[in-house]
Design a protein around this ligand. Sequence first.
Ligand code: 5GP
Ligand code: MG
Length: 176
Amino acid sequence: SKKKVVLNADEIGRTLERMAMEINERHGDCSKVAILGIQRRGVDLAARLRKALETRLNKEIPSGILDINLYRDDWTSLEVQPQINKTEILFDIDGKEIILVDDVLFTGRTIRAALEAILDFGRPRQVELMVLVDRGHRELPIQADYVGTTVETRRGEHVDVFLTERDGKEEVCLVD
Ligand code: 5GP
Ligand code: MG
């Protein structure tokens, strides 16, 4: 299999800083902002975003975790079904400006399921999406508000996301 580095460690760091700055610009003092990460690497990225915002603003930003997996019940079709395993939202989401965070955006089905889970919880004022990588191939009308990088992929390709705290190395690459 062939491998192409899309983001190196430095670029991942700068990309996250840039997105934190964009969020800061749009949300001002971020008094209503809360962050929700999607397991697993979305949670790692959400923690980094939270830290970047808290450092910039010198205040605490509420955050939580959504655990959503996609499973295929029929391997002959591309159809995938999202399964919501666990949600850990220990703050009141009513009136919040939620930043949903995931590592890779692909068909959009995970985000659709995440939105459903969030709206079951309460009434946020707004929900936005931040992803490190948009790899295209959307099957639903879902887009990200904050995009680290856009990578043209074929369906059969895969984007590997390695984060130091989980993987012991820091790199995003495209694998054939
Ligand atoms: P979607 O629901 O948009 O089809 O897929 C997005 C979810 O599946 C994300 O939670 C993401 O972690 C995972 N995913 C989809 N494609 C890739 C990929 O190429 N690389 C990685 N690392 N995760 C992917
Ligand atoms: Mg995922």
